[in-house]
Design a protein around this ligand. Structure first.
Ligand code: BJ8
Length: 431
């Protein structure tokens, strides 16, 4: 299929003003444009509503950054986060911008490995490398970072990251008992205080109510999009939905919800007319496991190039981010913060023990999405997801669900081997 050359736009003056390594970054920009062209724009029969998201990728290093800098000038705090446990509602309530900074690129890993050990999770290395290499305009734009204590690699890296950019840490308990909830609520209150100290303004109950509406609207839009994939033939590719889930972490939440809903309207029409992006016989795959931040499209690409279709991501860049809404109430601040804590405590990350909710969730999402097989995905050196894969496998066996477990990083070294394994798995699913 003929497509015009896609380009991620360059903004060298802006990058310079952000103290970036412009020469290095320019190379990364060109690579991203090429990869995007091959991965995304060569797909057949994409919904028209994807044009907005293509545009956001073209402007990922410029247009969106200009908006963020403009808001910053007007006093909006810009907060970088690495985990869906940091309550975005409080950032929005403070008039701030929340940017998910997770690293999904191999390009920044050599920068990190100058300092960090090599045998830790590629996501942590990629993110840290973006900051120390000065090759991410988002990282250069944040006022501060709010990290968490979910895993060892992250919590120890925050100590080093703090030397580069102010980094605060939210303690996330490892269990979900009542005493853990008490601690968690205190952490949420501290986060609110931190947001207030930077804006000099007290966050009111009305602010939280408004922010909750914004976030619930965004999460509902993503739920709607995800539900449409249960139709066979699927009206949209897994790659495209993954992209939208990734963009959810940096786009303006109000505009994003409008655009996702507009896309969903188009997909409703496709569903009515039985228009799909893959044949009805394409094996339907649920991907479960560690998050895949931009531009980690490796696994989806292999599955969909191999003839399968991804119909669900049980992941933080996926359903774990949007499955739970927060109760919209005008109650007292204390009631709201308690409701916020309860909402966030539902996140079933593998850093918890026990984490039975996630095992059940995978089976439920498998059924809801009408999937036919599960690909469990763990980033290299992520012990909690890697070990939890054993219980997911057992649950799948019990329910006669085909499963393949994959551990990978961001390099291209294992692509050939993964391709062979995935193609064999898709054959098995087809039966
Ligand atoms: S809530 S999944 S976003 S911690 S960085 S744990 S991959 S070794 S990302 Fe996560 Fe929050 Fe949990 Fe979700 Fe493993 Fe890597 Fe650690 Fe990771």
């Amino acid at each position: 299929m003929e497509t015009k050359q896609f380009e991620v736009k360059a903004y060298p003056e802006m990058w310079k003003s952000l103290g970036m390594n412009v020469e290095r970054f320019e190379k990364m920009r060109c690579v991203l444009g090429d990869v995007y062209q091959k991965t995304y724009l060569m797909q057949e029969n994409r919904p028209k509503g994807m044009e907005y998201f293509d545009h956001l990728i073209a402007e990922i290093h410029g247009g969106r950054i200009a908006e963020i800098l403009e808001a910053k000038k007007k006093g909006s705090p810009v907060v970088g986060t690495f985990c869906v446990f940091v309550p975005e509602e409080l950032i929005v309530a403070a008039g701030g911008i929340c940017l998910g900074l997770c690293g999904g690129s191999p390009g920044s890993i050599p920068d990190a490995e100058k300092t960090l050990p090599r045998n830790i999770c590629p996501m942590v290395k990629s993110a840290y490398g973006f900051k120390v290499g000065k090759i991410c305009p988002y990282f250069q734009s944040v006022d501060f970072v709010y990290g968490e204590t979910t895993c060892d690699a992250k919590k120890k890296t925050w100590e080093l990251l703090d030397r580069e950019v102010p980094t605060y840490v939210m303690e996330i308990p490892q269990m979900k008992r009542e005493r853990d909830r008490v601690l968690w609520l205190e952490e949420v209150k501290d986060f609110k205080k931190k947001m207030e100290s930077v804006t000099g303004k007290t966050i009111s109950s009305e602010d939280i109510t408004k922010a909750t509406r914004v976030m619930n609207t965004k999460r509902r839009a993503l739920q709607r999009l995800n539900a449409q994939r249960a139709h066979n033939p699927a009206p949209i590719s897994g790659k495209d939905v993954l992209l939208i889930e990734q963009i959810a972490f940096y786009d303006d939440p109000v505009r994003f919800s409008v655009k996702v809903n507009a896309l969903c309207d188009e997909l409703d029409e496709r569903v009515k007319k039985n228009i799909g992006v893959a044949p009805k016989t394409a094996p339907r795959i649920l991907v479960s496991g560690t998050p895949m931040p931009l531009p980690n499209w490796k696994l989806h690409n292999l599955i969909e190039n191999g003839g399968g279709i991804v119909v669900n991501e049980e992941s933080c860049i996926g359903t774990r981010y949007f499955k739970d809404l927060m109760e919209e109430s005008n109650g007292s601040i204390d009631t709201q913060l308690a409701a916020l804590t309860d909402r966030y405590m539902k996140i079933d990350c593998s850093c918890f023990t026990p984490n039975n909710e996630r095992i059940d969730q995978v089976i439920n999402e498998y059924r809801d999405s009408k999937a036919q097989g599960v690909v469990h995905y763990s980033l290299q050196f992520c012990h909690t997801y890697n070990i939890e894969a054993i219980r997911i496998k057992e649950a799948c066996e019990k329910n006669n669900i085909p499963l393949i477990s994959i551990e990978s990083d961001y390099s291209t070294e294992d692509v050939g081997q993964l391709q062979t394994r995935i193609e064999a798995f898709l054959e098995q699913v087809k039966g």
